[in-house]
Design a protein around this ligand. Structure first.
Ligand SMILES: Cc1cc2nc3c(=O)[nH]c(=O)nc-3n(C[C@H](O)[C@H](O)[C@H](O)COP(=O)(O)OP(=O)(O)OC[C@H]3O[C@@H](n4cnc5c(N)ncnc54)[C@H](O)[C@@H]3O)c2cc1C
Length: 444
């Protein structure tokens, strides 16, 4: 929110997940005055998991979400449960040293298990299943990198493996990929239902979870932080800001640290059994190695869900982008040509300049986490838990994540034309790298 501009509460955008979520969670608006040990700003996976784990550890916790719980990326994403950071273990080790590199790798590798255990423990009804995540290789140039990733994770006892062209075609129901990387521990869920279930679970553990409660300012006030909302003030010993791609002007340095990039998804009707059986016959969820990636899966009712990059120029969904995604879906799965689209929705991904996570200590007792870069369904809850532990122990030193200084994206104000150029460059490189089998799938 800019100075003097009233905050407008935004309704939950329509989506497949909103239409089919089994969990509900209203969350009262914050009203009055309260004192808490930790205040959390943002009701997505990261904030909700932090709230749950802090409350479980006996820490008085108040979460403030500007809109509905799961309103941001957490309620709108692809619901693909993918463990591991995008950086392979040896990259993390070379950047962060053997201790932090291995601990960060381990946190990422176990992220899907945390999701599974939270869902089981709190009985979260989010259509969770674990039939594997496949990373489809859009061209032969990707093979070496994926083989290297496989080697590094197998050395750390993960059951990942490479699939050759034939095996990938069988598992995916499309011959458009040159091969693939499989993590059989990956899975699918309804992300909005998962977010609401986490909110309920955090409440059961004793956290106060407020929706429709935008934080207007965070200022130091004596030994505490003063967190102002339109309905009143929370005084907190510590504050965690987890506002992702929706950071706004609350902390301008955070807003300038990320490039919000829209990603759009479309969903068909529940497909007839025979058609359904010809696509992802083992229920895998899939994303691919393109820079402007495609990702797809089925929902619990057999609707096919396909996603790709949207507009750079605002929150509205441009028909041209929807058309392009429907075209890519039909090129990948010709049997879906002519299928109608029942749902279209979009959300923003918090991309950082180097596509890596950011954890900042903005001031003593004021911590921010953002920059999940499109991989947060499993990682954000795991990071939320790790940050909760660090806040409980009163030190970020043991956090299995690097804590860095804020690095705003250079020339952030000029980001839109620059990002449009980069997107065209990426599209060109994706096409050049694309294997012969997949040329049509890469077409706009
Ligand atoms: C379309 C799409 C598809 C994706 N698909 C996948 C996928 O399949 N698998 C995967 O692993 N990852 C995926 N991701 C990424 C994943 O969704 C995110 O990494 C994750 O949800 C980030 O969670 P978060 O808690 O950091 O942020 P968010 O969920 O964005 O939450 C931030 C919240 O902060 C709130 N907020 C902002 N300002 C304020 C304020 N001043 N006061 C109070 N609250 C405020 C916002 O309203 C918002 O609800 C996808 C993302 C998108 C957009």
């Amino acid at each position: 929110m800019r100075d003097g501009e009233p905050h407008r509460l935004k309704p939950l955008p329509p989506s497949l997940w909103a239409a089919t979520a089994a969990e509900t969670f209203a969350g009262e608006t914050f009203d009055g005055e309260a004192t808490t040990e930790v205040a959390i700003v943002g009701g997505g996976f990261c904030g909700l998991s932090a709230a749950l784990h802090l409350a479980k550890a006996g820490v008085a916790t108040t979460l403030l979400e500007a809109n509905a719980i799961g309103w941001g990326a957490s309620g709108r994403n692809g619901g693909q449960v993918i463990s591991c950071f995008k950086d392979d273990p040896e990259t993390l080790i070379s950047r962060r040293g053997p201790d932090l590199g291995e601990r960060m790798s381990a946190l990422g590798a176990s992220a899907g298990d945390l999701v599974a255990s939270l869902i089981a423990h709190y009985g979260i009804r989010c259509d969770f299943r674990r039939d594997g995540w496949v990373l489809g290789m859009h061209g032969p140039a990707m093979r070496q990198a994926l083989e290297e990733r496989t080697r590094q994770w197998q050395a750390r006892q993960l059951p990942v493996r490479m699939l050759d062209t034939t095996e990938a075609a069988t598992l995916l129901g499309t011959g458009t990929y040159e091969g693939a990387y499989l993590d059989p521990r990956g899975g699918a869920l309804n992300p909005l239902s998962f977010a609401r279930g986490l909110a309920r679970a955090a409440g059961e553990e004793g956290a106060r979870i407020h929706a429709q409660s935008p934080v207007l300012s965070i200022v130091r006030n004596g030994s505490r932080w003063r967190v102002d909302t339109p309905g009143g003030t929370v005084r907190a010993d510590k504050v965690l800001v987890v506002t992702g791609a929706y950071s706004g002007a609350l902390r301008p340095e955070l807003e300038r640290s990320v490039l919000p990039v829209q990603s759009i998804q479309i969903a068909t009707r529940p497909l007839p059994e025979a058609l359904r059986a010809s696509i992802l016959p083992r229920g895998s969820v899939v994303s691919d190695t393109r820079r402007l990636l495609h990702y797809f899966r089925f929902d619990a009712a057999g609707r096919f869900v396909f996603g790709g990059r949207g507009s750079l120029w605002g929150d509205t969904i441009a028909p041209a982008h929807v058309k392009s995604i429907a075209k890519a879906m039909a090129a990948t799965f010709p049997q879906l040509s002519g299928e109608g689209i029942d749902y279209t929705w979009a959300g923003n991904v918090d991309i950082t300049a180097d596509r890596r996570l950011r954890v900042h200590e903005l001031a003593p007792g004021l911590v921010a986490v953002l920059g999940l870069n499109g991989r947060g369904v499993a990682l954000a809850p795991a990071i939320g838990r790790a940050v909760a532990t660090a806040l409980t122990q009163d030190t970020l030193a043991q956090l299995p994540l690097p804590v860095t200084d804020v690095r705003p994206v250079p020339f952030h104000g000029l980001r839109l034309p620059a990002m449009a150029l980069v997107a065209e460059w990426y599209r060109l490189r994706d096409r050049l790298e694309t294997g012969a089998m997949n040329k049509i799938g890469a077409a706009r």
